[in-house]
Design a protein around this ligand. Structure first.
Ligand SMILES: [Zn+2]
Length: 273
């Protein structure tokens, strides 16, 4: 007991000796993983009245962050099982997205030398199937999720996650590692407990990962709210929160499903530091 107190005091002394205002950040790099590619049947589903009947290519990303305290995964994408379906996974609503999995999440982790058990913490933007498809590939990783999303009843009143999966339930924003490098932003509206992620990389700088607070750039520019969203008012308030964060942090906005933007970004095994 005495020994552990001594160790804690030593740690505290180390923290206090760091110069104030220049706290050491432990974030090292970020990988963008291909977590799905698809075709939307009718993109007016996401922007009512605009581009009716027009189809569009969609992408789906996951993001893996290396932090001194461990690996952190943001979103898990389309289930890896879809990789074995040559025609892809067709949606119930023909206006929605037919998803394919050109590469599995497991194969991409292996390529960069990360085992699923190395991922100690994870978060999903929300509980739609194109974001939670591989949560149980990481059964021991602590899942950061908004309480409102966790408790939102699924189809047939099913829970959104396995009861035994370790979780940290949030009610608002959360600085994941305590050094300001990775911050979950509560951005409800698309779903009751939707969230986005602010990342501060040493060289690349500040980035907001949208989740589905917005689906593609034209929708962001026009503040379009998909008809399927849980709350239009909350969606618009969350878009404003993201916009304010971009200004305050001088951050870039990386829109998860925007193919044109993803085509300009480096994919794993390349990374951003
Ligand atoms: Zn989505």
């Amino acid at each position: 007991m005495k020994r552990s107190v001594g160790f804690a005091a030593l740690l505290l002394a180390g923290v206090l000796s760091a110069s104030p205002g220049h706290a050491q950040s432990g974030i090292e790099k970020l990988y963008i993983l291909n977590c799905g590619e698809g075709v939307a049947g009718d993109i007016s589903r996401w922007s009512p009245g605009v581009n009716e009947g027009k189809s569009m290519d969609f992408v789906d990303n996951c993001y893996l962050i290396k932090h001194a305290q461990g690996w952190f995964l943001w979103d898990t994408g389309i289930p890896d099982a879809v990789a074995a379906m040559p025609e892809g996974l067709a949606p119930a609503d023909p206006k929605a997205v037919t998803w394919r999995r050109p590469k599995t999440l497991a194969a991409q982790l292996e390529q960069i030398g990360v085992k699923p058990s190395d991922v100690k913490a994870m978060a999903v933007s929300h509980t739609h199937p194109d974001h939670i498809g591989n949560v149980e590939m990481f059964p021991t990783a602590v899942l950061y999720v908004q309480k409102a999303e966790y408790e939102w009843p699924g189809a047939n009143n099913q829970p959104r996650f396995k009861k035994e999966h370790p979780v940290t339930l949030l009610e608002g924003d959360r600085d994941v590692f305590g050094d300001g490098s990775v911050t979950i932003l509560s951005t409800p509206g698309h779903t009751p407990g939707h969230q986005s992620l602010l990342v501060k990389l040493p060289k690349t700088g500040e980035i907001v990962l949208s989740g589905d607070a917005v689906h593609f750039k034209s929708n962001w520019d026009n503040r379009g709210v998909p008809a399927i969203n849980f709350s239009k008012d909350e969606t618009l308030a969350s878009m404003q929160k993201v916009a304010d964060t971009l200004t305050k942090e001088k951050a870039q906005l990386w829109i998860n499903h925007d193919k044109a933007q993803r085509d300009t970004l480096k994919m794993a095994p390349e990374f951003y530091d």
